[in-house]
Design a protein around this ligand. Sequence first.
Ligand code: IMP
Length: 420
Amino acid sequence: MAVTAVVGLQWGDEGKGKLVDALAARADYVVRYASGSNAGHTVIVNGRRFVFHIIPSGILHERTTCLVCRGVAFDPESFFSELKSLQEAGIAYENRLWISRRAHLVLPLHKLEDEALDRLLGIGTTKRGVGPCYADRAYRLGVRVIDLYCPTTLRQRIRTLLEVKSPLLRKAQIEPPSFDDLFSWCEDVARRLQRFVADTAGILQKALSSGAEILLEGAQGVMLDIDHGTYPYVTSCHPATDGISSGCGINIVPQRVIGVLKCYTTRVGAGPFPTEEKGDIGETLRRRGGEFGATTSRPRRCGWLDLPALKYACRIAAPTHLFVTKLDVLAELEKIKVCSAYRIGSDVLTEFPADISVLEKVEPLFREFCGWGDVKGVEAFSRLPSQALEFLAFIEEELGVEVGGVSVGSERMELLERQT
Ligand code: IMP
């Protein structure tokens, strides 16, 4: 399969990193096309935990070339710190990791602005400056990687940015950086980044023409998409399928789109969450699933699987296959619930509501499944306990998409592909 995309179908944190790591073993190119260091993709190899925010998770496989394309809000601080952890783990990255010249930079100023704005908006952002970076792109105030190498443009942009942003920061009692500090930060980044800067769209074009295996690594999930998600409690880009071509900088249509979903639901930050469990069940899911943000360490809100939200997400992301993660987390529960519809008063909703004030009021209608017991050590999809297979068949039928695999533990090998 020449081009495969891995996208999240929930509110992020579905376990995409683990699947990307597995598929990357067969890929020539692994590509990030959207979002920024707000993403946290965790991969565990031989007990060692890697968390990638900017660098594609495929970097752990030394024969892959990794691209950070135009659509990524590029955070140099995160990039350099991830490079350091690769160095420490002895993973070679020279000449196989490239950053788009056209990517917009997340400046220290954007992180301060994210902090200031979130005090007003209460979205609970990751404070990684991603929203302000994309906003500046739209305002045409942004600094792109290529601009680092043109001092005249850079000076003028920094001056304008400081003029526009300083009043907002001061209002929030945050001292803006000085021109000199910001300019020398950019000079330092320019120097350290230069050997990674490339025409990533051109590289991808050649890769496509040569029939190379390309793996597109989505971030977050459809429900956090700026247009399709639970606005305004969303991130600020198109992190799933519809961000691919514009984010890559060339028209690229994946033949295989793997929609990743966790067998329950989590969400970080504010916003409606119809199946949230605030009591013991939520706590159990959090503890058993290690549900703490990979980027901010915040405890994730936890609840049952939400099929109305997933149906809506499938309509947008159009997955050709599903990959269901963390079956082991539900293993020891006696009863497992799945929300199959939403009700408001006496009405059962047939559409996922666009109005979040409606979503806040819906009552989930649940279907119950029996727990499936321990799945650790199960070696083939077909050998999963019958209760787990029944649960997966229900998801498949409701969403109208085949389940192509599952994960049954956090280690690299604990992943079962369905043989057809
Ligand atoms: P931002 O993307 O940092 O602006 O945050 C906007 C919303 O998206 C907040 O609710 C964040 O918690 C959420 N968010 C951003 N990135 C992720 C992610 O990778 N996983 C889960 N939630 C995320």
